[in-house]
Design a binder for this molecule. Structure first.
Ligand code: FAD
Ligand code: SF4
Ligand code: SF4
Length: 403
């Protein structure tokens, strides 16, 4: 389980203000305790949920743009104590894991919990379809599964990270409606893609059966919004459209300018439009469209790590229905089937014959590595939080909305 500062975003967390009224945190507190402390992962959940379009996405973080001349932590609606949606949605504010744990992994849940959270099964697989396998970063299982779900009519769209033809390798949050669009989005972009933003397009297109692919911090937003004021929360108008979450194992992402432009484009003297795929396997492997492969040291990339990722302890997408990674494997995807929904969907696709599978015990090092890194990330997160606590940067004090 991860740890969080403060008590943000639930009626039961409201605190009395100086006038004796109960208030919950809103944009001011979110800005103070999350955005300005680098706790903010940039998941974009607060922007999606803001009903008044007060926030925009700017440099991987939310920014108040409605009244640009006012301070960054000012929201007109929140100051009038009429809204706290952003704080309610933010997974880095307040405790929501117990509720989410009950919802996803209730008492009757047959799975187990260890360094990597709860899961029912671990499988290793790769896509049989040659085009999908070629497009995928590991075994292409994530793409294969999503294409199969669309083909079966079980979902009407997939939220993922696509590409923009005119701006090579800039990740674009996208609602894919066809198999071609899903395959075009395959592969890992190691810079941040705020996939939840595509929920706004999915909602405008009136899609109600979505699969969502994203990094763990984005799955956390979805789960927090699903369990906040469970049953009647207006927050659920977007996230309830998501029927399956696929979380990508994630240790960190890098800043675009440093990683893609300096390290890869300039460092390897390649044009980004000629790069087909990037894999991180101890080192960074850059696959070019002409068939050549170039390499760069992972150590050289560390200077471009996003600082906010060091506050994240959710390496293996603990709240996803299915978590997918490629730690220590080449051309195979390791999957943690966490929830019953995730397990059922994967098993159905497997029975349909779309995957080649391998015994997990053929990859003993990968599995141990996943556990080891997961534990390490949690320890780093805890020490980061400790520092914030010492700097008195944790926990809400002023709160803004009467309940
Ligand atoms: C930033 C990042 C860091 C990762 N770090 C690790 C790691 O440390 N250890 C590990 O074992 N695995 C890591 N992974 C997961 C791994 O790279 C593969 O995504 C996973 O194994 C699934 O492989 P696949 O071939 O089945 O996926 P694919 O079939 O290639 O599908 C991948 C899906 O992920 C989506 N996607 C790609 N990039 C992003 C992004 N930046 N944000 C949101 N969605 C995205 C794509 O749109 C696509 O739908 C990381 C992935 C990312 C994106
Ligand atoms: S919801 Fe996401 S983007 Fe918004 S403040 Fe929280 S972590 Fe940052
Ligand atoms: S490490 Fe990955 S999951 Fe964690 S904040 Fe960074 S991008 Fe999000």
């Amino acid at each position: 389980m991860t740890i969080r500062p403060g008590n943000g975003g639930r009626k039961s967390d409201a605190k009395p203000g100086s006038d004796g009224v109960m208030y919950t945190p809103s944009w001011r507190e979110l800005h103070r305790y999350v955005v300005s402390t680098q706790l903010c992962s940039g998941c974009s959940g607060c922007i999606v949920e803001c009903p008044y379009d007060m926030l925009t996405y700017d440099g991987d973080v939310p920014r108040q743009h409605f009244l640009p001349n006012m301070p960054a932590d000012f929201c007109l609606v929140a100051e009038n104590r009429e809204c706290d949606f952003c704080a309610r949605a933010c997974p880095r504010l307040g405790d929501w894991e117990l509720d989410a744990g009950r919802l996803l992994f209730g008492l009757d849940y047959p799975g187990k919990a260890d360094e990597m959270g709860h899961y029912q099964d671990v499988v290793v697989a790769r896509a049989r379809d040659a085009e999908i396998f070629h497009a995928g970063v590991d075994g292409g299982v994530v793409t294969g599964l999503l294409v199969w779900l669309l083909d079966q009519g079980l979902i009407d769209g997939v939220i993922l990270s696509g590409f923009d033809e005119g701006r090579p390798w800039i990740p674009v949050p996208l609602v894919a409606r066809t198999a071609e669009e899903v395959v075009a989005g395959a592969g890992s972009k190691y810079t941040y893609s705020a996939n939840p933003l595509a929920l706004l397009d999915a909602s405008a297109a009136d899609l109600h059966n979505l699969a969502f692919v994203g990094v763990p911090c984005q799955i956390e937003y979805i789960r927090k919004a699903q369990v906040t004021n469970f049953g009647d929360s207006p927050l659920r108008r977007f996230v309830d459209r998501i029927k399956l979450t696929v979380g990508l194992v994630c240790s960190e992402v890098f800043a675009f300018e440093g990683f893609m432009n300096n390290l890869i484009a300039k460092g390897l003297d390649v044009d980004l439009k000629d790069v087909r795929l990037i894999k991180i396997k101890g080192k960074i492997l850059v696959y070019l469209k002409d068939g050549n492969v170039k390499e760069v040291s992972l150590k050289d990339a560390k200077q471009y790590s996003r600082p906010q990722c060091s506050y994240c302890g959710d390496f293996t997408a603990e709240w996803a229905d299915i978590a997918a990674g490629g730690m220590g494997t080449m051309d195979w995807t390791i999957l943690l089937l966490r929830t019953s929904i995730g397990k059922d969907v994967y098993r159905k696709a497997e029975r349909a014959g779309i995957f080649e599978t391998a015994p997990v015990h053929d990859f003993p090092k990968s599995f141990e590595l996943l556990k080891k890194v997961s534990l390490k990330e949690k320890r780093i997160q805890m020490s980061r939080y400790e520092t914030l606590r010492e700097q008195d940067c944790i926990g809400p004090e002023v709160v803004t909305w009467p309940k």
